[in-house]
Design a protein around this ligand. Structure first.
Ligand code: EPU
Length: 419
């Protein structure tokens, strides 16, 4: 397994191009299953999760080619109806093929995802919604089988806000009989991006970006041709990289409008922002102020930025309280940050971070994607050398992270397995 060796203490300076969004691209790739034909997605990031999704589509019978951020998918002969355990266990977003497969083939078999590093993450709300729409659902040998000759447009209330749940059901509803209304729907920008693409394919959708989405089923959809939105979580991570290194970074093509809550909190710490055409300049400071954060669904502070923000708070002036409300086990980075000299204590879903003078480089373990990003940020600010093991987690969701950081002056090396 590759590791990173990071020499901390360099102020990052320069420009960074924000890549296409992983969490927008994954449902968009799944959406290609809804219509036979040739689909084209551009601005698709080169990431492990994207490769996994492409492998899954190939397994289902699609032909895919990926080059220079462009993904071509041909879906004339979709024969497979299953997302096998090997794929689902490496990437839970595989469940996004369930809605499209059910609409296209009238059946789908999805291996049930188990727990993962950040929590239990069930898919009961996806299944409850499909059942309301008339699907028969059976469970055997860890595989959930869904069947429906025709899905019926229905009123669905999500007991809890779910991003991929909203996306799955929105896709399934595009080809259902009649009107589906999703209440307490996720408002995440990636849901809006998917709706915009589905509308371009001929779907009738209103209200994406609000908590009520209305979908009028249509008979068929056209193949998609769509540019994936930029990655707001990658952008937030680079903003924090500027903040934590007292750096000066210009983010190109960052989706600033989707980052209000992160920018607000970072401004409170003392970070300076200056929007430029299609870019935003971010300047850090020697000692940020401690600021409290509570994660919540969009437009609240994203759980996917919690770990990175916590890295910044470790060296802040005073204490900060960080409350995680989305996932029950998303503090795996805490023990590792403490190894680097941070002073963080956890009580349930709340972490109290007492700012220290500085972090000290140490060997640490990456545990999940965003926890890994948090360790990279901490290492960039730390005194001395940090060795981050298990960085395959980062390759799932950050395109060319070390190259981008190096261009801005970071001392970061990838050491391949066995070296
Ligand atoms: N939940 C249920 N039942 C369900 C679905 C969700 O109880 O049927 C619970 C979850 O256990 C969790 C909460 O609802 O406590 C929210 O989960 P959600 O379904 O919104 O998460 P997700 O759709 O599986 C997406 C992102 C995650 C991101 C979350 C929250 C993708 C592919 N993944 O996951 O991204 O953390 O929304 O914003 O869009 C990441 O990129 O690192 C990542 C984990």
């Amino acid at each position: 397994m590759d590791k990173f060796i990071i020499e901390g203490g360099k102020k990052l300076k320069g420009e960074v191009q924000i890549s296409g969004s992983k969490n927008a691209a994954l449902p968009l790739i799944a959406a290609s299953l809804l219509a036979p034909g040739n689909h084209v997605l551009t601005n698709v990031p080169n990431l492990r999760d994207i490769t996994t999704m492409i492998s899954l589509l190939k397994h289902l019978g699609a032909n895919c080619s990926y080059d220079d951020a462009t993904l071509k998918i041909e879906t004339d002969n979709i024969r497979g109806d299953d997302a096998p355990y090997d794929v689902v266990k490496t990437m839970r977003a595989s469940v996004l093929v369930m809605g499209p497969l059910l609409s296209r083939l009238n059946h789908a078999r999805i291996s049930l995802p188990g727990g993962c590093a950040i929590g239990a993450r069930p898919i009961d709300l996806h299944l409850k919604a499909l059942s309301t729409m008339g699907a028969d659902i059976t469970l055997h040998d860890g595989i959930v089988e869904v069947r429906a000759n025709r899905l019926i447009g229905s009123k669905i209330f999500f007991d809890k806000i779910t991003v991929t749940g909203t996306e799955n059901i929105m896709m399934a509803a595009t080809l259902a009989d009649g009107t589906t209304v999703l209440e307490n729907a996720a408002r995440e920008p990636e849901v809006v991006d998917l709706a915009a693409c589905l509308i371009k394919m001929g779907a009738k959708i209103e209200g994406a970006g609000t908590d009520t989405i209305m979908i009028d089923g249509v008979k068929e959809l056209r193949p998609l041709s769509y540019k994936v939105m930029p990655d707001r979580i990658e952008a937030a991570t680079f903003m924090i990289a500027a903040a934590i290194t007292d750096g000066d970074i210009t983010l190109k093509d960052a989706p600033i409008d989707c980052l209000d809550s992160v920018i607000l909190r970072l401004r409170e710490t003392g970070v300076k922002f200056e929007p430029i055409v299609n870019s935003i300049n971010v300047r850090g400071l020697e000692k940020p102020m401690g600021v409290n954060v509570v994660t919540s669904p969009y437009p609240g502070f994203a759980t996917d930025v919690q770990a990175q923000f916590m890295a910044l708070m470790t060296i802040a002036e005073g204490a900060s309280v960080i409350k995680e409300t989305i996932f029950e086990n998303r503090f795996m980075h805490v023990a590792e940050l403490n190894r680097m000299g941070a002073n963080i204590s956890i009580d349930g879903g709340t972490a109290v971070v007492k700012g220290v003078k500085g972090l000290i480089g140490a060997p640490v373990q990456a545990t999940d994607l965003r926890a890994s990003a948090s360790l990279v940020l901490a290492a960039l600010a730390a005194n001395g050398t940090t060795e981050i093991n298990r960085i395959y987690h980062l390759d799932r969701g950050y395109e060319g992270l070390e190259k981008k950081l190096k261009t801005m002056g970071a001392s970061i090396e990838r050491v391949p397995e066995g070296v």
